[in-house]
Design a protein around this ligand. Structure first.
Ligand SMILES: [Zn+2]
Length: 273
């Protein structure tokens, strides 16, 4: 599932390829997307001014002042392709532009993705997001951790608490800061909180510079894969060796999510403090 660095990469691609273009027509929109938003064909005649990101959401700002909201969820992809390419059965929206030989495609195999106008419901979803993970400070993270007795991994995945992280980058940030994913938030010390905030910012910044991680379907708008996969230390590395201490990386389930960590570097504390 695309997380903050992958979404940021898509937004950069859209700003360089599509911003400034006027939508000439909407050659195709699937019944699936129309069920959520019947007015999608009204994109015709609108122009894209620019795109921005909030958490894992993409916001398309139109020249009319209206906005559209996109979310890639499990398998959504936004692609900019030449007009002559054939539509695939997983394409849900195709936008053709004036004065351009290319078009915008929203492709989504598993159909959990979002492409719709911003109305009250969508604005509410944006308003409920926590602070951006790229900007999390030690003090703001400390406030979040104090307010919860959940496992730290559950808190970091909660978009209402901190926006943009998903399974990959949470596992990597906890490994870098040497915190066991099941540690209760309230047991995390000030020193660990500082390490965790720094790890989150560092890992996201590095992953953005490598255009994200391609594990399955994700790519940038031109179809190029992200290059961060070779930097992963624990995610997807079960059975491999911890680069720090040579212990075997293990995989467990935390809040229903596959969770990777080093049992030597990331020790679980006793529940009695
Ligand atoms: Zn280790």
């Amino acid at each position: 599932m695309p997380e903050l660095p992958e979404v940021e990469t898509v937004v950069k691609g859209l700003n360089s390829e599509v911003a400034g273009l006027t939508i000439k027509s909407v050659p195709y929109v699937s019944a699936h997307l129309l069920k959520r938003d019947r007015a999608l064909r009204k994109l015709e005649g609108e122009g894209f001014d620019h795109f921005s990101r909030r958490g894992k959401f993409i916001i398309g700002h139109l020249m009319s002042g209206k906005r559209v909201l996109l979310h890639l969820r499990m398998s959504g992809r936004i692609l900019v392709e030449e007009n002559h390419r054939r539509r695939t059965k997983h394409d849900h929206l195709v936008l053709a532009f004036e004065d351009s030989t290319r078009r915008l495609i929203f492709r989504d195999v598993r159909k959990f993705g979002i492409f719709e106008w911003v109305g009250d419901e969508q604005q509410k979803a944006l308003d409920q997001l926590g602070p951006e993970a790229t900007e999390i400070t030690s003090s703001s993270l400390r406030e979040l951790l104090r307010s919860s007795s959940r496992p730290v991994k559950a808190l970091l995945l909660d978009q209402h608490k901190i926006a943009g992280l998903g399974n990959i980058y949470v596992d990597e940030a906890l490994y870098r800061s040497r915190i066991h994913p099941l540690t209760s938030c309230q047991q995390i010390t000030n020193a660990e909180t500082g390490r965790l905030a720094r790890a989150i910012r560092y890992i996201l910044r590095t992953a953005i510079s490598k255009m994200g991680t391609t594990f399955d379907s994700y790519s940038g708008v031109n179809g190029n894969p992200g290059e961060y996969a070779s930097y992963l230390r624990v995610y997807g590395q079960e059975g491999g060796i911890c680069p720090r201490c040579k212990t075997e990386i293990v995989k467990i389930t935390v809040v229903g999510r596959g969770t990777h960590f080093c049992p030597e570097c990331q020790k679980l504390k006793s529940s009695i403090v």
